[in-house]
Design a protein around this ligand. Structure first.
Ligand SMILES: Cc1cc2nc3c(=O)[nH]c(=O)nc-3n(C[C@H](O)[C@H](O)[C@H](O)COP(=O)(O)OP(=O)(O)OC[C@H]3O[C@@H](n4cnc5c(N)ncnc54)[C@H](O)[C@@H]3O)c2cc1C
Length: 425
């Protein structure tokens, strides 16, 4: 049963074809692993633990996909935010190569899970386009193209005319088409991954916020308002939505918001816009994204919180963006608007931490979390199953606070707001 727009946290919450729901924890329980957070990281950890015959309980404060996993743009991209050579510089040669390889194949792995568990998430597999907002953006894309091409990735550099043909907009200076990538209904994938984990034996409770973690007699005691879970291991899959549960975790990244507007389904001639259904984001410092959904809606987004709810400044920006990028379209009716929180780090590289004995977390995917969340969840499951910690998808690092986090957060939000104001004048 689709949720009414007023209650839904995103378009995807209204439209996800996966609909299973779960109940809060009711009484005490035990498992090998307690997982906090029911997004991609938590659900993938549970699914992969089950494959190692390790039992788990997922405890989700709200609902599956309540965090970034049910609010994102649904661009299933390969690799990290940074081009491969920069990843190697930051992470180190050996670990960096492993990471680039794993995440380069990330979409393929996600598609294989979607296939295996018949996850209903409106998949398209025609790639994504990183579009040049300016000639300088095209130079950046050419560099990315050369790096990925060297690694044998199926990427294509689109000139201005080719980009215009695929995007249906003359506003871009070319693009980088990555054939490994695609688009999904992100909430459909989150719920499907949860269903897959449960089908393999994991237990899942929603409406169950974990309020305390402590060690008692060599085990983790995981406290919630409706029961205590006793477990050998804990995995925190709370990412940008981390609360005060683990000291310092929500200060290890800068939260940045991203908002989106979804139109009513477009019809007829309007099908020229992203006609092959690639998802798009641009090289601008304040990023712009656009995609279509399975029903033909156009979804546009940019950085910052939704200002003025569904009717205020952000809506004016969205209507103006459509006029700028797709002038032939005419006025569109907006059906749903929402925003979500992204965990950013200064170096744009995610972190996997061992926070204490038998306590892992993966955080700060820097706006690219669909395949990293899936891959890092699998990797943490491997570590719990006994794989050498030094062979994880991402090397373990110590928790350290992002410098001037609050100042940075406020600074970003202010500049996004100023940018939007400027763009709506
Ligand atoms: C607007 C937006 C657009 C994005 N676009 C893309 C994109 O196109 N492609 C892409 O790859 N990535 C994108 N991302 C990033 C991606 O969505 C995230 O990186 C990913 O969803 C993170 O998944 P996660 O499971 O680690 O965390 P989340 O999905 O955020 O899940 C964390 C969960 O933890 C729960 N939680 C927190 N504290 C507690 C507690 N104490 N007890 C119990 N539960 C708790 C929360 O309720 C939440 O459900 C985008 C993100 C946003 C916000």
């Amino acid at each position: 049963m689709p949720k009414p727009a007023r209650d839904a946290i995103s378009l995807w919450d209204m439209s996800a074809p996966e609909t299973a729901s779960y109940k809060p924890l009711d009484g005490d329980a035990t498992a090998d692993v307690a997982i906090v957070g029911g997004g991609y990281t938590g659900c993938s950890t549970a699914l992969h633990l089950a494959r190692h015959c390790i039992s788990s309980i997922i405890l989700e404060a709200e609902d599956v996909g309540f965090g970034g996993s049910g609010r994102n743009a649904g661009l299933l991209n390969a690799g990290l935010w940074l081009p491969p050579e920069q990843v190697l510089e930051i992470v180190g040669k050996e670990a960096g190569q492993r990471l680039v390889e794993l995440l380069g194949a990330g979409p393929q792995y996600v598609f294989s899970l979607i296939e295996k568990y018949q996850i209903r998430c409106e998949t398209t597999r025609n790639g994504t386009i990183h579009a040049a907002h300016a000639p300088s953006g095209f130079a950046d894309l050419t560099n990315r193209y050369n790096q990925w091409k060297k690694l044998g990735a199926p990427v294509e550099l689109l000139n201005r005319r080719q980009a215009e043909d695929k995007i249906g907009s003359s506003a871009f200076h070319g693009g980088l088409l990555d054939r490994r990538a695609g688009t999904i209904n992100p909430m459909g994938y989150a719920k499907g991954l949860a269903r897959a984990a449960v089908s393999e034996g994991s237990r899942l409770h929603t409406g169950t916020r974990v309020t305390k973690l402590d060690r008692v007699d060599g085990k983790w005691r995981v406290t919630t308002p409706t029961g205590i879970v006793t477990a050998d291991y804990v995995v925190l899959g709370t990412n940008a939505y981390s609360d005060e549960l683990w000291p310092g975790l929500n200060r290890a990244f800068t939260p940045i918001h991203y908002f989106q507007f979804a139109s009513e389904p477009l019809t007829g001639d309007d099908d020229r816009i992203l006609k092959e259904r690639q998802g798009l984001w641009d090289t601008g410092a304040v990023m712009f994204s656009a995609r279509r959904d399975a029903h033909g809606r156009l979804i546009v987004g940019s950085m910052g919180k939704l200002i003025g709810g569904e009717t205020g400044l952000s809506r004016t920006w969205a209507s103006k963006a459509v006029r700028q990028y797709f002038p032939e379209l005419g006025p569109v009716n907006w059906e749903k608007a929402w925003h979500g929180r992204i965990a950013f780090t200064k170096d744009h590289v995610p972190r996997v931490h061992k926070l204490a004995e038998n306590l892992y977390t993966a955080i700060a995917y820097n706006g690219r979390g669909i395949s990293p969340g899936t891959v890092f969840g699998a990797s943490i499951a491997d570590a719990i199953a006994g794989k050498d910690d030094t062979k994880l998808a991402m090397p373990l690092s110590n928790l350290s606070p992002e410098a001037f986090r609050a100042l940075r957060e406020a600074g970003y939000e202010l500049s996004f707001k100023a940018w939007r104001l400027l763009k709506t004048l």
